[in-house]
Design a protein around this ligand. Structure first.
Ligand code: FAD
Length: 504
């Protein structure tokens, strides 16, 4: 179906804007701030401004601070991505990182320093220390400054709790969008829509992602006919705190600063799986954990920081320390139990190097975009940098576009029946299906079974509509899950985070 709701714009309140930015994470905010101030911008966020993955980011932002580090950062990114990355996109990410960090700092963002110099830390897959950070709450520190700045910009109007339902197209061109505010469906007339809608974690039972990560932007773009690719490449972080539901992350920077992984017998084991040991790329560490669990016949895996000098862990990782203590674990004395969970999507809406999608006037940046930067597995802390580099690029592109005449002709759609059935148990069922089939270790048989089940869910629910946000999200989750499973089945061999057991 082209649209997910029945509507008739003649009955809707309308607003005209030069640019609609969807998302209040780092990429949406940075794009909005870099649009020229003559442009009228509406920025929407489906919940509050800080409910997103950017706010949760802990470890930091990877930047080649010195010129000499540029080739190494490029190589580390390509290597972590199994050389499936777009080399030009990676070059841009790395070369333009520093300039964009300087822009970020001009908005008042600060990073930890030692003796007057930026303190650079290290994470998995990096061959040197290049990660700028603010303790273990880098995302919060960045977002607070960006939100403060965006709120003071006269040309930017912010709508919280505003949900993008669909973009409106005429031919292959964007002419507007539909957004839901409370029960009210509104019509935004615009020629430029930036989808900075983040990840997809909530299609799995356990994810580090914020509650808003249901892949809406990807589903919206796909319904509009934009190209979506590489959805099978999903990163599972090796070390969220073990537990049900929300997966609180134990940042990779903890291993970067000397934390060690231990198995149920208390032994370190990563040196047996990869020369970089505990600091191997994430896809490898997550898989190694599963293999080690099987070898030991025991699922317990821990991070050990008990050898840190007293007080050091608490000072360097205050949020993680607090979360552990809340869970009854004292990291200074106890091993911290961890278990891999969904973390990041490498694929998404295909864009060029200016964040343009295959639909005119539709752009994407940040985690929802597939720029080619991340390849088959993202290098740690390259996501915040992607957000600023491509957020800036999309703004520069739009800034030089000629002013548009708004297309105010009306749109209607009436292909759907009103929802008349219970769907919430099916949402949980979908999550379990994705856990079963699209996890760290995959099999073609499971993927085939999952595809059949998703097609059944699609037939059961996607012919209906409702203005309930959770139902609209559910339909997007079905669409995104189908893209993941179909693309996983199309890929002929294992690569990066997409790992088929029977191929080994
Ligand atoms: C716990 C955690 C720790 C991380 N640590 C790091 C790190 O240290 N370094 C690093 O580089 N990366 C890290 N990452 C990854 C990184 O944080 C994210 O990939 C990145 O912040 C994504 O930014 P974004 O702007 O694309 O999306 P997000 O920050 O997720 O923002 C998405 C926005 O889109 C909005 N939205 C979505 N759908 C709709 C809709 N239908 N209508 C309206 N609005 C919508 C949401 O409300 C939200 O505001 C971490 C991720 C997590 C979860």
């Amino acid at each position: 179906m082209r649209y997910t709701l029945n509507f008739d714009t003649r009955n809707l309140k309308s607003t005209t804007t030069d640019v609609l930015v969807v998302g209040s994470g780092i990429s949406g905010l940075f794009a909005a701030l870099n649009l020229k101030e003559e442009l009228k911008v509406i920025l929407i966020s489906k919940e509050g401004m800080t409910t997103n993955n950017s706010y949760l980011a802990q470890g930091g932002i990877a930047i080649a601070f010195d010129e000499e580090d540029i080739p190494t950062h490029i190589e580390d990114t390509l290597k972590a991505g199994s050389y499936y990355n777009d080399p030009l996109a990676v070059k841009i990410l790395v070369e333009e990182g520093r300039k964009n960090i300087e822009r970020l700092m001009r908005y008042g963002v600060t990073f930890d320093q030692v003796n007057g110099r930026i303190d650079l830390t290290r994470e998995g897959g990096h061959s040197t220390n290049r990660i700028m950070h603010k303790k273990d709450y880098t995302g919060k520190a960045i977002l607070e400054q960006l939100i403060r700045t965006v709120t003071n910009r006269e040309n930017i109007e912010i709508f919280e709790n505003a949900y993008l339902v669909d973009v409106l197209t005429r031919g292959e061109k964007i002419v507007g969008a539909l957004m839901l505010r409370g029960d009210e469906l509104e019509w935004v007339i615009t020629n430029h829509v930036i989808l900075a809608t983040g990840g997809i974690g909530k299609i799995f039972t356990r994810s580090t992602n914020s509650a808003v990560s249901t892949g809406d932007g990807i589903a919206v773009a796909h319904r509009a006919g934009a190209l979506v690719e590489d959805m099978e490449f999903i990163q599972f972080h090796p070390t969220p705190l073990k537990g049900d539901g929300e997966a609180f992350l134990i940042s990779e920077a903890v291993r970067g600063e000397g934390g060690r992984l231990r198995n149920a017998a208390g032994e370190t084991f990563m040196h047996r799986y990869h020369p970089l040991g505990d600091l191997a790329p994430r896809d490898i560490v997550s898989r190694s954990i599963l293999m080690e669990q099987e070898l030991q016949g025991n699922d317990d895996i821990f991070i050990d920081v008990t050898h840190f000098e007293k007080g050091v862990f608490m000072k360097r990782f205050p949020s993680i320390y607090k979360a552990c203590m809340k869970a009854g674990i004292d990291p200074e004395k106890d091993l911290v139990p961890v278990s891999p969970s969904e973390h990041y999507l490498m694929g998404g809406i295909v864009t060029d190097l200016c964040a343009k999608t295959t639909i005119r006037g539709l752009y994407s940046c940040g985690e929802s975009a597939r720029t080619g930067v991340q390849g088959a597995n993202r290098l740690a802390s390259n996501s915040l940098s992607e957000g600023i580099v491509f957020g800036y690029r999309v703004a520069q592109y739009i800034n030089q576009c000629r002013a548009f005449t708004p297309d105010k002709s009306h749109h209607q759609f009436s292909g759907l029946a009103i929802l008349n059935k219970e769907y919430l148990p099916a949402v949980e069922g979908l999550r379990q299906l994705m856990d079963y089939s699209a996890n760290i270790l995959r099999s073609r048989q499971k993927l085939h079974r999952a595809l059949e089940e998703i097609q059944r869910l699609q037939a059961e629910f996607c012919g209906f509509y409702s203005r309930e946000r959770s139902f609209l999200e559910f339909k997007n989750m079905i669409a995104v899950s189908k893209l993941i499973i179909s693309m996983a089945l199309l890929r002929k061999s294992s690569m990066g985070s997409h790992y088929i057991e029977e191929d080994q």
